[in-house]
Design a protein around this ligand. Structure first.
Ligand code: UD1
Length: 445
């Protein structure tokens, strides 16, 4: 092959198109947006189906890439999944015959580790790839392991995998979590439902998604009390049976659209439906302090645009505190406030990466350790920015709605992990948002 041909092949290889989200700022939003089922609930409910051999039907499942990854994890374990309609999955776990969550899937989505508790409950063993670091920091699973050890599970790590063994059975005990970890609470509940005797989880996480999980498991025949409080009591049972269950609405997707409405709604405001506003209590309270007018309506809220945004002091905490998953979106609002705000991130390291992208749009943000000091500016200007993670990416799109000119948000696979048809829903509200294919900007020499 001649040199010229080789180099033109190289050029073709290099210019691979990628999807970005292009936002033209300045359009007023109106109408209603309906949020999808909660990502963080659906993923754990899918894992929990393993505990009940047979066909469990999950309704209101969001059509997002994280759900597709969990589907692959379950199929790899021997389950079959029928997509009855876009949001209804019939998961047949009767033929599950493997207990391994492989590295390629755990590396793609850390929540794959949620199958550990159900596999221990069903088979008495699990082999789970160790989740490495991710863009939110170290994100360990030591509390999952300590809690399961207390239930009688023994652990070994080899070649990047965790081998969990409970073939002699698990027994109920008291587990006190050092921190109210969502994932550890869920894995412990899903193992303890099949342990002998009573397990008490002290300092349990209280997130609404945990209540949803306990509701489904109780329908399946489990005996769980106290989900949604710091003390969860689980009396082990011999078997669980398949059920039909509807996933709760996604409070974080709702919160993202509330921020969009607070910034960009026209005179009539917008309605956000499909979720329970009680699940966003602290977010709504802080937004009201910022001067946002939010009215409860059946199945959601009505939001009006803020004439003046007041500065705010927020720290992220486990539920019912302010959720870390809303930190980036509210930082967008505070960046346009009339004064200085302080946002403290207590849950994840590295969750301020989004701030430097927002600075490229004109925000004034100083990061000091786990505090962001945000000095309000009077406008954003459209720019090319990169999604650093799921929530940060969505927040950048929302910032683009009120920026002067055009904002191109790249690395949008992060957004696809957790927001179903994000662009279409924004367009439905009247935004000028498009998913467009461009040559990969990161491919330039
Ligand atoms: C879940 C949610 C995520 C949300 C988070 C906090 C899912 C799929 N993800 O993540 O969207 O932001 O809750 O509300 O449901 N930690 C340890 N050791 C452990 C477990 C956790 O040190 O064994 C640390 C983590 O590194 C993190 C903090 O505790 O700094 C919170 O983690 P956790 O509550 O477990 O969050 P996830 O379940 O990973």
């Amino acid at each position: 092959m001649c040199v010229a041909c080789r180099s033109s092949d190289r050029d073709q290889e290099r210019v691979q198109p990628v999807d970005i989200i292009r936002v033209q700022g300045g359009n007023a939003l109106s109408g209603t947006v309906h949020v999808s089922g909660a990502k963080n609930s659906a993923l754990k409910l899918m894992a929990a189906t393993l505990l009940a051999p047979g066909v469990t039907t999950l309704e209101n499942v969001p059509n997002i890439s994280d759900v597709h990854v969990m589907g692959k994890v379950l199929k790899g374990l021997g389950c079959s999944i029928e997509v009855a309609d876009e949001h209804t999955l019939k998961i047949d776990t009767s033929s599950a015959d493997s207990w391994e969550a492989p590295y390629n899937l755990v590396a793609k989505m850390r929540a794959s580790t949620a199958v550990m508790g159900p596999l221990l409950g069903r088979f008495g063993r699990a082999k789970i790839a160790m989740p490495g670091g991710c863009n939110l920091g170290a994100r360990k699973i030591d509390m999952h392991i300590l809690g399961l050890e207390a239930l009688g599970v023994s652990f070994d790590t080899q070649h990047g995998y965790i081998f969990a063994d409970a073939e002699d059975g698990m027994h109920g005990t008291v587990v006190t979590l050092e921190f109210a970890s969502v994932g550890a609470t869920e894995n412990l509940i899903m193992a303890a439902v099949r342990a002998k005797g009573t397990t008490i989880i002290d300092n349990a996480a209280r997130e609404p998604e945990i209540v949803d999980l306990a509701d489904m498991l109780n329908k399946m025949g489990a005996k769980i009390e106290g989900a949604g409080t710091p003390v969860v009591t689980i009396e082990g049972v011999d078997e669980l049976h398949p059920v039909t269950h509807r996933v709760i609405g996604d409070r974080i997707e709702a919160g993202t659209f509330i921020v969009a409405g607070a910034l960009a709604a026209g005179e009539d405001g917008i309605d956000i439906t499909g979720f329970n506003p009680h699940h966003l209590g602290m977010v709504l309270k802080k937004l009201e302090i910022m001067g946002i007018d939010i009215e409860r309506i059946p199945d959601g809220v009505h939001v009006r645009r803020a004439e003046r945004i007041a500065p705010v002091d927020i720290q992220t905490l486990p539920f019912p505190g302010f959720p870390t998953d809303m930190q980036a979106q509210v930082m967008v609002l505070s960046a346009l406030a009339d004064g200085n705000s302080v946002i403290t991130e207590n849950i994840f390291e590295n969750r301020f990466m989004f701030a430097s992208e927002l600075v490229r749009m004109g925000a004034q943000i100083r990061i000091e350790s786990h505090h962001a000091i945000v000095r309000g500016v009077d406008h954003f200007s459209g720019a090319q920015v990169v999604s650093p993670d799921l929530r940060g990416g969505a927040a950048l799109v929302v910032a683009g709605l009120v920026a002067e000119g055009e904002t191109d948000v790249s690395a949008i696979h992060h957004i696809d992990r957790g927001y179903e048809r994000f662009c279409e829903k924004l367009v439905g509200l009247g935004a000028r948002v498009d998913r467009v294919s461009v040559p990969d900007p990161s491919d330039e020499d």
